[in-house]
Design a protein around this ligand. Structure first.
Ligand code: GLN
Length: 544
């Protein structure tokens, strides 16, 4: 049976519980254990799929088609374990399922209540499908004390009892702020937060204290005394220079040792951290530097492009290059006095990422044109590929009115709403004006690559599987026209109906993909397309 680690947060949000969970998972894995990491989100949306990136950051998509919290991206990047539909749940989904059961009459006349029905559903979710792992890390979103997270805190309290006390450990994250006027670090918020947690029946075993400077021994002792934990289990967590240093840093502070100790495990092998040392070595000792411009819409909030940001860093790791990312607001390129060339000329690569809606689209199309004409390495992802096809149609195939039906009716739907496609579960059908939640082409789909294409040599194979999240597709009826314009359809769905990849044959590196390769990139296994794109950018940087 798996052992459970429950991660909660106190004092304030944004303390990095996601990175803590991911790093702890990586450390246990480095000791030879099998891990699975899960996220419980207390909000009422069924999933984050319909939320604005400004609300919630990126929506992370799993192989099995879940639209999930971006922390699942951290979990995958740190452990390499593919997350599943069953690794993220929200209050909204729990209630939706309970209400559906109630309507069916499954509760046989009982009054349906938060305890036990909601808490039972949370517990069932936590333990489902965990027989094949040694440790399950369950991260509870939000901050202890929030009204909406109460049922989750209650559920994990019960679950530790159900599992038997030695099989569950509580890790609580807090903040130890520096008060400048007093010239002191303050432990009181941590004490209050642990008191709040104990009042809910949970005594933490390990405390991870976020702090912006060395935590003096006396403060560590004080926290241990007031919070009823061993002094060695008060782990100081200083800001890291890179997120990939966090596992090494937390290990040096004793995190994984303390967690194992709390389980009574004293014979675990030492972790093999070679892959993390290698990543840090590549980051610290780079041999080149590139600047990549990302021309997008949500550029004010880097979390909106979390996986993209990381995949670009991974592309740098693969080439021992430092990657500087310049986030450029596509909309600004639409103004009459915009100086597109001044912004784009200094770049070694241009990337147009995924996105929704018309705003900024002409700026994206103009950036594609610039990259194409100036032979700047170009990478278009999802909406970015669609924009590349529209640019090619308008400027090389003479289809002046080329557009996408996403932006309204058009006589030349080079990109159009897709209403039917094949998935592993069979024929999928949608209709215009249908529900928005969970209805896109989602999750992993296979694609076939043309044998003589650039992408086949990048992937070193002609059969790939990548993750999707979109409602519109490049219209295969325009294939001939676009190919005559130099845009080769080098990747297609197995039935030949859905264009998956386009590339230019007359350009150093120009690739558009309908899927999201950034979701599958790992620091220790960079995605080949990102490695290839950064390599092309590096070559360009060395030319000038
Ligand atoms: N809005 C586009 C679509 O739905 C692209 C989506 C995306 O970039 N993820 O097809």
């Amino acid at each position: 049976m798996a052992r459970f680690i429950f991660v909660t947060g106190g004092v304030v949000s944004s303390l990095g519980k996601g990175l803590l969970s991911a790093s702890l998972g990586a450390l246990l894995q480095a000791r030879g254990f099998k891990v699975r990491i899960r996220k419980f989100d207390p909000y009422l949306n069924v999933d984050p799929g319909t939320m604005s990136p400004y609300q919630h950051g990126e929506v992370y998509v799993t192989d099995d088609g879940a639209e999930s919290d971006l922390d699942l991206g951290h979990y995958e990047r740190f452990t390499g374990v593919s997350a599943r539909q069953s690794d993220n749940v929200t209050t909204g989904r729990i209630y939706r399922d309970i209400i559906a059961r109630e309507r069916r009459g499954d509760y046989l006349g009982a009054t349906v209540q938060v305890i036990p029905h909601v808490t039972n559903a949370i517990k069932e979710f936590a333990i489902a499908d965990t027989d094949d792992v040694d440790f399950v890390i369950c991260e509870i979103g939000g901050t202890v004390g929030d009204i909406e997270s109460l049922p989750f805190v209650e559920a994990i309290r019960q679950l530790r009892n159900d599992l038997g006390r030695p099989n569950g450990v509580f890790v609580h994250t807090t903040l130890v702020p520096w008060i400048a006027a007093a010239g002191e670090l303050k432990t009181k918020p941590t004490q209050h937060s642990v008191r709040e947690l104990t009042s809910l029946g949970i005594q933490p075993d390990v405390l991870l204290c976020r702090v912006d400077r060395q935590l003096p021994d006396s403060d560590r002792a004080k926290i241990a005394l007031f919070c009823n934990v061993a002094k060695s289990a008060v782990i100081p967590a200083l800001d890291a220079r890179s997120i990939y240093d966090v596992p090494l840093q937390y290990h040096a502070e004793g995190l994984d040792d303390e967690v194992l100790k709390a389980f009574g495990i004293d014979d675990a092998p030492e972790p093999d951290l070679a892959r993390w040392h290698d990543i840090m070595d590549r980051l610290d000792n780079h041999e080149g530097e590139v600047t990549i411009g990302v021309v997008g819409k949500y550029v004010g909030l880097p979390d909106a492009y979390k996986s993209l940001n990381e995949a670009l860093v991974h592309g740098g790791l693969a080439n021992r290059a430092k990657v500087n990312i310049r986030w450029l607001d596509a909309e600004l390129f639409e103004h009459e006095d915009a100086n597109l060339a001044a912004e784009l000329e200094p770049l070694h690569g241009i990337l147009v990422p995924g996105g929704f809606g018309e705003r900024g689209s002409e700026g994206k199309i103009a950036s594609v044109k610039f990259a194409r004409e100036r032979n700047v390495p170009f990478f278009g992802i999802c909406l970015g590929m669609q924009m590349a096809c529209i640019e090619g149609a308008r400027n090389l195939a003479g289809i002046a009115e080329a557009s996408t039906t996403e932006f309204g009716d058009t006589p030349e739907p080079v990109v159009g709403l897709i209403t039917e496609w094949m998935s592993e579960e069979g024929l999928q059908q949608r209709r215009a004006g249908g529900e928005l939640g969970g209805t896109m082409r989602l999750g992993a789909y296979p694609a076939r690559l043309a044998g003589n294409s650039r992408v086949a040599s990048i992937y070193q194979t002609t059969e790939i599987s990548e993750r999707h999240r979109h409602r519109y597709e490049v219209n295969v009826h325009y294939r001939d026209a676009l190919e005559k314009g130099g845009l080769l359809f080098s990747g297609m769905s197995p039935d030949g109906q859905l264009p998956e990849i386009v590339e230019r044959t007359d350009h150093d590196w120009f690739v558009g993909v309908q899927f999201h390769p950034e979701l599958k990139s790992r620091p220790f296994n960079p995605h080949p397309l990102f490695a290839g794109f950064i390599k092309a950018a590096l070559d360009k940087s060395r030319l000038v």
